[in-house]
Design a protein around this ligand. Structure first.
Ligand SMILES: *[C@@H]1O[C@H](CO)[C@@H](O)[C@H](O)[C@H]1NC(C)=O
Ligand SMILES: *[C@@H]1O[C@H](CO)[C@@H](O)[C@H](O)[C@H]1NC(C)=O
Ligand SMILES: *[C@@H]1O[C@H](CO)[C@@H](O)[C@H](O)[C@H]1NC(C)=O
Ligand SMILES: *[C@@H]1O[C@H](CO)[C@@H](O)[C@H](O)[C@H]1NC(C)=O
Length: 430
């Protein structure tokens, strides 16, 4: 039965192979040593961009020595899924265009090529607050090495805890077809999660764990920069009312109401993050955290902008990924190859609709969930047709989880403005 099933599946997913276990949360830590790694970091989009100043505020000695190291914590918005890799994609789907990488490149450059600096890239696609807490397997907080220089930290958290994927699945793509649940239910569930105190409490604990680990009382200038999310849509244009991102034929339309509701979810999450940041700060005499809201910078760069026919795979000015869409790194900076992405081992099981769900849910990886839901849909109804089968057939990357997982995540130009907004906010600090 399994084989027949695999063959049926294979007609839809020619080469879907899948590792049946939740990926281990590999972490990366690099000592940035100039100049050997500079050609790698020099690839970051910042090389063609105003070189911002790293804030002197973050310098523990207060003099003119730049900060020597930092750590990035959090989810795929920090990991930079889809923004290019050197060699093979890692388990956490770190991308070269991720804003923490751009900041690491500036940090290195600020050292004039003389000093080694340290960047711990702990963020991981699929991470929730639960995966960060000390004591859990592959905890980001436990992996954090404070023997290395750490003058500040970046943190992106919330989207996975608060059900972004469920909303995007139910309202936009419907990977699991009819079983994806209603958009209203997914939005209501996200709202309930956002309104509950559970997320704030966990975030509070994580922040306290990071601060304790760096011994904040001995490091008065240590600052955690918390980033939010950007609204996905222009929600006033009429054209999009008739357009769809649905995976299967007859998918949901991008009606204004839907766009407004999904944008509202993002705004609410940002407000919640800001509130949590303020609450933690109120416990200290000097702020330990700063919240960076870069949402407005995405104006004009969302889905459904005027005169855009979605899905528009050719529009560089859209700063979010479409399913299988290319990145928009500045030309010449980061070519993308199929082999860059984590392909699955040849001897792993085919996506098995009867058993893929649990590991996919455990991983929290949107791409793994999407692929599993698609396999399950096709299993339930072999007559289902992909809405864009023509496009899919021409794109050999379509079976790679990242192909789906990167959707609704910032592309390289989006990460550049996230970095710029972080610098802007740092500049306003005393
Ligand atoms: C960093 O560079 C400065 C100036 O060249 C030097 O005084 C200092 O010892 C260097 N620090 C390290 C850790 O190499
Ligand atoms: C932490 O960093 C120090 C300094 O580079 C290194 O010696 C040590 O092995 C690291 N610890 C872990 C657990 O990686
Ligand atoms: C959209 O197209 C119309 C008609 O071609 C044009 O008048 C308008 O300026 C365009 N709007 C934008 C924002 O490009
Ligand atoms: C890269 O070049 C292509 C072709 O000239 C152009 O359409 C695209 O907008 C460029 N991308 C960026 C990010 O500048």
């Amino acid at each position: 039965m399994k084989l027949g099933f695999a063959m049926r599946l294979a007609s839809l997913f020619p080469v879907v192979v899948f590792s049946g276990v939740a990926s281990s949360r590999a972490f990366q830590q690099r000592r940035l040593v100039a100049p050997e790694t500079q050609h790698v970091l020099g690839n970051s989009a910042s090389s063609s961009h105003r070189r911002p100043q790293l804030p002197i505020l973050l310098n523990p000695s207060g003099g003119n020595v730049p900060p020597a190291g930092f750590a990035a914590f959090g989810d795929s918005y920090s990991a930079g899924i889809g923004t290019g890799v050197n060699g093979k994609e890692d388990e956490c789907r770190h991308g070269l265009g991720a804003h923490p990488q751009l900041i690491a490149a500036d940090l290195l450059a600020s050292q004039g090529g003389r000093n080694a600096s340290s960047f711990q890239f702990l963020s991981c696609t699929g991470a929730t607050t639960q995966d960060m807490l000390s004591g859990v397997q592959d905890s980001q907080v436990d992996t954090f090495n404070v023997s290395l220089p750490v003058d500040f930290a970046l943190l992106s958290m919330g989207g996975n805890d608060l059900g972004f994927f469920d909303v995007i699945n139910a309202c936009v793509f419907r990977f699991y077809n009819f079983y994806s649940g209603t958009c209203e239910a997914a939005l209501a569930n996200a709202k309930a999660q956002i309104e509950s105190d559970e997320f704030d409490q966990r975030l509070n604990v994580i922040i306290t764990e990071i601060l304790d680990k760096v011994r904040w009382e001995k490091k008065p200038s240590f600052l955690i920069t918390v980033t939010g999310y950007a609204r996905f849509f222009n929600d006033v244009t009429d054209e999009c009312d008739d357009m769809s991102f649905g995976i299967w034929w007859n998918g949901p339309k991008l009606k204004k109401d839907l766009r407004i509701n999904m944008n509202a979810m993002v705004v609410t999450v940002n407000a919640k993050l800001r509130k949590t940041v303020d609450r933690v700060n109120s416990r200290f005499t000097k702020d330990k955290l700063v919240f960076v809201d870069y949402d407005e910078k995405f104006d004009g760069h969302r889905f459904c902008e005027p005169n855009v026919t979605e899905p528009d795979y050719g529009r560089t000015d859209t700063w979010f990924f479409l399913v299988g869409g290319p990145d928009n790194a500045r030309n010449g900076t980061r070519p993308q190859h199929i082999s860059d992405f984590k392909t699955l081992p040849p001897n792993s099981a085919l996506v098995d609709p009867t058993s893929c769900l649990e590991p996919a849910q455990a991983s929290g990886d949107w791409g793994e969930l999407a692929l599993c839901y698609m396999a399950m849909s096709k299993y339930e109804d072999p007559t289902l047709q992909l809405a864009r089968g023509d496009f899919v057939a021409k794109n050999s990357m379509w079976y790679v989880p990242t192909y789906y997982g990167k959707t609704f995540h910032p592309r390289s130009l989006g990460h550049e403005v996230m970095r710029d907004k972080i610098y802007e906010v740092w500049d306003t600090l005393e």
